[in-house]
Design a protein around this ligand. Structure first.
Ligand SMILES: [Zn+2]
Ligand SMILES: [Zn+2]
Ligand SMILES: [Zn+2]
Length: 261
């Protein structure tokens, strides 16, 4: 297909999405992620984007997608993706706020046999947090050390992209050091001793220490890493099981944790 055919095809996809046809995602979004192919036991890009878009469409029934300035650059298409809508439905446990939200981001598309792999470019974490704060998905900056208002569980793929800037796993040599995967307590005992509260709990996967997260007042898990050099922790909040490596700034999904159980 020529570049012009690809541009036309993307515009057709956007038009179908705006008609509310989510199934079109399965015809236009490639199974591969932009920079790598998913492992056999990993959800593929088509399904990941289908699930995300379904969640957004349920929360923003008037969801509108625009791709501006779409052009061919080498093997890729580049442009600007804008999502806008009003949050009239619940999103990941956050009740409807009635708030209108618009988010614009640079996007690259790689054509693969008539479908497209997508990459969001130049992601700005403060900007993303700003958008998420508009609908109470993330607490205001001065309340990040308090228990959250809603029991939000943000999809792992979003956390990973925001924290690491990429969808693929980053290399980490520490996973083979995992010794403990299930916590023995469900409090930060160091905070309890000081009479403090925390937003979320983490567990050291090397020794099982449980401490509060990095937005908590005392950041006890981070202190634990600094004192012991144990770099890997998991989230033990609600059903979360994602893993973070302090040393490699690497994020792994709960699927990775399951392998070490
Ligand atoms: Zn590591
Ligand atoms: Zn603590
Ligand atoms: Zn430890």
């Amino acid at each position: 297909m020529s570049n012009q055919d690809d541009v036309t095809r993307v515009q057709q996809f956007v038009a179908e999405l705006n008609q509310g046809n989510l199934e079109s995602i399965r015809r236009y979004i490639a199974a591969d992620f932009f920079a790598y192919s998913p492992a056999a036991d990993e959800p593929n890009a088509t399904e990941v984007y289908y699930d995300l878009t379904s969640d957004l469409k349920a929360a923003f029934p008037d969801l509108s997608v625009e791709v501006q300035d779409l052009r061919a650059e080498g093997d890729l298409l580049k442009g600007q993706l804008s999502l806008s809508g009003t949050q009239d439905g619940a999103l990941w446990e956050v009740p409807p706020s009635g708030t209108p939200v618009t988010w614009t981001v640079d996007v690259s598309l790689r054509p693969i046999n008539g479908r497209f792999a997508i990459k969001l470019e130049n992601l700005s974490v403060p900007e993303i947090l700003g958008v998420l704060r508009q609908i109470d998905l993330v607490p205001p900056p001065d309340q990040m050390d308090k228990p959250p208002k809603y029991p939000v569980v943000i999809p792992e793929i979003l956390l990973k992209v925001v924290f690491t800037g990429q969808v693929a796993d980053k290399p980490c040599n520490h996973l083979s050091d995992i010794k403990v995967t299930e916590p023995a307590v469900d409090v930060c005992e160091d905070c309890v001793a000081q009479g403090d509260i925390w937003p979320a709990l983490r567990m050291c996967l090397i020794c099982g220490y449980v401490g509060c997260c990095d937005t908590a007042k005392h950041k006890h898990m981070k202190q634990h890493y600094e004192q012991t050099g144990h770099p890997l922790f998991r989230s033990i909040r609600m059903d979360e099981g994602w893993i973070w490596c302090y040393e490699d700034n690497a994020f792994f999904s709960k699927r990775t944790l399951e392998k070490y159980r």
